[in-house]
Design a binder for this molecule. Structure first.
Ligand SMILES: Cc1cc2nc3c(=O)[nH]c(=O)nc-3n(C[C@H](O)[C@H](O)[C@H](O)COP(=O)(O)O)c2cc1C
Length: 503
């Protein structure tokens, strides 16, 4: 019997064994279907041996199922480990890449951008688009553990206490696409624009050039702008989104509430301890000699934008709009600035934006500086930004450095030069304007001092300190961000704090 059983069951066991092996390819369900088709074979045997065969088959299939179960258990554990590892790495990666302190932002990203996008304007355009998309999806680069948190960088500007005195200059965000993403990089002040009344395309491309060895740029964008109406639309939308997010509604009334301070944040920046400046300019086609028309251009912009700004900046210094810098002469400047100040004071908002004028570093004689200060006092302007890009081509750094032949050619491109080589000039200009403004006969001891922001050549904390000590209330930058990456503002602020603590 035992022998018979064993003999009888052998083929079946072999079959079961084969089936078990096949199970590696077959699913458990297929296996059971196959097994249930056995009775046609089994019917040729006795009932007893059939039961024995059944037991053997069953034990074989149970073993196969257990093996399959074990294998699927191992697979599940493997998947879990893999999934957890991927999750941990992507979370760590996300935290690393979105932190302004990550060294890749300084050492790798700018180089990659220059390689992938050899045209500097493309890099500017795609960089802004990427920053906007990252902001919209909440995955923007931001300050984690900001140097502002020490409280040592706090500063008073136009009656606001701002968290730090480092700002981003005009031109980086021409149409107010990314003010919030720039605040997230740590800027205490973000200047958007310059915008013109009507949209204008600016100069033909190429119009932005890198001088990599100098970490400098030459641009002749020529105030390309989508126009003041479009900028106002974007800024209005931003205020309404803010109101909606903070439960104040989403309509005109909600907008008014936010602009009138109901949210407890400055109406321009919409961020506690930060200020947003909006820069305005004239259209290229408006004739410079028709001062009323020029003034109307600026006023058109201010009428539309003042309520969304903490500061209005009047650009009379771009070297890429023919004739613009002639508007820095006392008479036309006083007229334009008076028009702007009146329009800003009429802004439909409880508090009014301050007004500043941005000047050129090339109009730097004592007479020119004193003329500009004259206009500032006469028009009741609150301050001055020194300065814009220069038409000059400063000597390379370090002293005696010979530029590669290709860069020597680039230096011949028309446009405004920006970058570290401007620093000494900026510092000298801040000192000169501080003196001229403070010594001006119209200075009223009771009134607040005219405010100076510096712009030009800033790359580190030591320089920021020098500019602030020389009388600037804020130090702005543009080109350093292009070459130093998204962590530049955090780094400069950290250096500023360290200097303060060393004292
Ligand atoms: C590509 C580019 C575009 C600029 N556009 C403007 C502008 O629209 N309005 C303005 O006042 N300054 C503009 N600037 C000048 C900067 O705001 C800044 O004053 C100048 O670059 C000097 O600072 P930096 O050496 O830190 O770059 C632009 C600069 C660059 C490089």
């Amino acid at each position: 019997m035992a022998m018979g059983q064993s003999l009888a069951s052998r083929p079946l066991l072999r079959l079961a064994g084969r089936q078990s092996r096949n199970c590696q390819q077959l699913s458990l369900r297929q296996f059971h279907q196959l097994r249930s088709s056995r009775p046609s074979i089994a019917s040729t045997r006795s009932t007893a041996s059939s039961a024995t065969r059944w037991t053997a088959t069953r034990s074989a299939s149970t073993g196969a199922a257990a093996a399959a179960d074990a294998r699927s258990g191992i697979t599940r554990v493997k998947n879990l480990v893999l999934g957890t590892t991927i999750l941990l790495f992507s979370t760590a990666g996300f935290y690393y890449f979105t932190d302004t302190r990550a060294s890749v932002h300084q050492w790798l990203v700018p180089r990659i951008i220059r390689t992938v996008l050899p045209d500097a304007e493309d890099a500017h355009e795609y960089g802004n688009k990427l920053m906007k998309a990252m902001w919209d999806f909440g995955v923007h680069i931001r300050e984690r553990a900001s140097p502002d948190n020490t409280g040592e960088l706090k500063t008073e500007i136009f009656g606001h206490t701002i968290s730090n005195p480092i700002g981003t200059s005009a031109g980086l965000d021409k149409n107010a696409d990314i003010p919030d993403a720039l605040f997230a990089l740590g800027a205490g002040i973000v200047e958007v624009g310059g915008t013109t009344p009507k949209p204008q395309p600016g100069n033909p491309s190429p119009r932005l050039f890198r001088i990599v060895s100098q970490h400098a740029l030459i641009n002749r964008y020529g105030l390309n702008s989508l126009g003041a109406d479009e900028m106002a639309r974007r800024l209005r939308q931003r205020v309404r989104e803010y109101a909606y997010k903070h439960g104040l509604g989403a309509d005109e009334e909600a907008e008014r509430l936010v602009l009138n301070g109901a949210a407890g944040v400055p109406p321009g920046s919409l961020t506690a301890g930060r200020l947003m400046a909006v820069q305005v300019a004239k259209n290229k086609t408006t004739p410079d000699e028709d001062i009323e028309a020029v003034k109307a251009d600026y006023v058109y912009c201010v009428d539309r934008l003042a309520k969304y700004a903490d500061i209005i900046v009047v650009n009379v210094s771009s070297p890429n709009t023919p004739g613009l810098r002639t508007l820095q002469r006392v008479e036309p400047l006083t007229k334009i600035l008076t028009g702007v100040v009146n329009s800003a004071r009429a802004a439909d908002r409880a508090t009014k934006p301050a007004v500043m004028v941005k000047v050129s570093p090339d109009e730097d004689s004592a007479e020119q500086i004193s003329g500009i200060c004259e206009a500032i006092y006469a028009a009741g302007v609150d301050g001055v930004i020194v300065a814009n890009t220069t038409k000059a081509r400063p000597a390379a750094l370090p002293t005696g450095y010979a530029l590669p032949a290709k860069e020597q050619e680039t230096m011949k491109e028309q446009g405004g030069y920006s970058g570290p080589q401007l620093f000494e000039k900026s510092l000298a200009l801040v000192k000169a304007y501080r003196r001229a403004l403070d010594d001006h006969p119209a200075k009223d001891e009771k009134a607040a001092s005219k405010v100076i922001f510096s712009s030009g050549g800033l790359t580190n904390g030591q320089q920021a300190r020098e500019l602030l000590n020389a009388g600037a209330s804020a130090a702005m930058l543009y080109t350093a961000l292009v070459f130093g990456g998204a962590g530049t503002i955090t780094r400069i602020k950290k250096e500023l704090v360290e200097q303060k603590q060393e004292k």
